[in-house]
Design a protein around this ligand. Structure first.
Ligand SMILES: [Ca+2]
Ligand SMILES: [Ca+2]
Ligand SMILES: [Ca+2]
Ligand SMILES: [Ca+2]
Length: 392
């Protein structure tokens, strides 16, 4: 396999530029891209597409391990960065890239960062294990994707690390561990997604999707870890939708076993998906997820399969929508057994906890953990709960 040279390129693009830049512009089929380091500064009203290797990785081509950085100043820039290519097909493999967008001190600059390819990853393609970093501030909406725009065929997503950092007052980001859409027999990787709220943040938030916007066909989600870290130390408006697999699961999609840990705000915390369109009753299966909304009044859905809902001191007034009912949501008749972990509250035993559970006027069980922390179980009566439903 021909190996292309390693390049180091640093350049500044002036205002009003429309450019596509490649790490390996002349890329013969079945070559291996160089390990390139490319740093681009953009000044304003610039549209740039920075690509670590080439337009399309075909056949047995391999992307290099590239370090791509775009620094964004002024305002109204459009930035798309691909760790490897715009699309990948055949048996192509993406490299293990580090892709960074930084618009900290600028206004209205949205960037889209992809660990592998912004368009399709098809056939037997394999995404690399990439690090995708987005740092932003002024009124921008940003997108970080671990692998590609879409994954079809037998494509496999890499095991990626996605890190969004809100360094300034306003801004949001959507993080997808693998792709916007995954279908056929494609599989998501095991990804780590983190959104950090910086000390200057005031308004923002976003969506963290362990795998994709939609998992369809016979696609499978990976085992992902989603976390919000709050360094602001004071209460602002930041709200997150955090989903272990995908916003929508359809057909015969399968959820992975995910860990979802929210921030100090009112979040949506979801193990598998928010919406299900099964091809037949029970054709969709969920993973065994661990969900922790942390502070704020959170809404939680474990989805199908046996999930664990964890509550630590200061968890707020939370609502579990589908305790032991996630399989029903996809039309499965399999018995499901979710658990509620309240170990952090230090109750002596089940008897002590049971005395704090009663029905609200609508007949939903409410667990009164403290004067300010409660868990409401939608559609479950207090009398239906047992010691085996809890980790005390
Ligand atoms: Ca890559
Ligand atoms: Ca991935
Ligand atoms: Ca997942
Ligand atoms: Ca689940």
């Amino acid at each position: 396999m021909r190996r292309l040279p390693d390049d180091t390129i640093t350049l500044t693009l002036p205002s009003v530029t429309f450019d596509t830049l490649f790490g390996d512009p002349d890329f013969p089929v079945n070559a291996r891209g160089g390990n390139d380091t490319i740093t681009v500064s953009v000044e304003g009203m610039t549209s740039v597409n920075l690509i670590g290797d080439t337009t399309t990785l075909l056949d047995h081509s391999r992307g290099g391990n590239d370090t791509l950085t775009v620094k964004i100043a002024a305002s109204l820039n459009t930035v798309v960065v691909d760790g490897d290519a715009q699309s990948m097909s055949g048996d192509a493999k993406g490299g293990n890239d580090t892709v960074t967008g930084d618009s900290t001190n600028s206004l209205r600059n949205g960037f889209s960062l992809f660990g592998d390819a912004e368009c399709a990853m098809s056939d037997h393609t394999q995404g690399g294990n990439d690090t995708v970093i987005g740092v932003f501030g002024g009124r921008s909406a940003n997108t970080l994707v671990g692998d590609g725009g879409t994954m079809t065929g037998d494509a496999h997503g890499g095991n990626d690390t996605l890190a969004a950092f809100q360094a300034n007052q306003d801004g949001s980001a959507a993080l997808y561990g693998d792709a916007f859409g995954i279908t056929d027999h494609a599989r998501g990787g095991n990804d780590t997604l983190t959104f950090t709220i910086g000390s200057n943040a005031q308004n923002g938030g976003g969506g963290l999707y362990g795998d994709a916007g939609e998992l369809a066909g016979d696609a499978s989600g990976g085992n992902d870890t989603l976390t919000v870290v709050d360094l602001s130390g004071h209460f602002n408006y930041e709200s997150f939708t955090m989903i272990g697999d995908a916003y929508t699961m359809s057909g015969s999609a399968h959820g992975g076993n995910d860990i979802v840990a929210g921030g100090a705000y009112a979040d949506y915390i979801v193990g598998d998906a928010l919406h299900y369109n099964p091809a037949a009753p029970g054709s969709i299966t969920g993973g065994r997820d661990v969900l922790n909304g942390a502070g704020g009044n959170d809404e939680m859905w474990g989805g199908p399969n046996n999930d664990i809902f964890v509550f630590d001191r200061g968890s707020g007034q939370d609502l579990i929508h589908d305790f032991n009912q996630g399989n029903t949501a996809v039309g499965s008749t399999a018995v499901e057994h979710d658990l509620i972990d309240v170990h952090d509250y230090g109750f002596a035993d089940w008897t002590a906890l049971k005395s704090l559970i009663s029905d609200d006027p609508s007949g939903n069980a409410v667990i009164h953990l403290t004067g300010s922390d409660t868990i409401t179980l939608q559609g479950v009566h207090a009398a239906d709960l047992h010691a085996t439903d809890f980790i005390v």
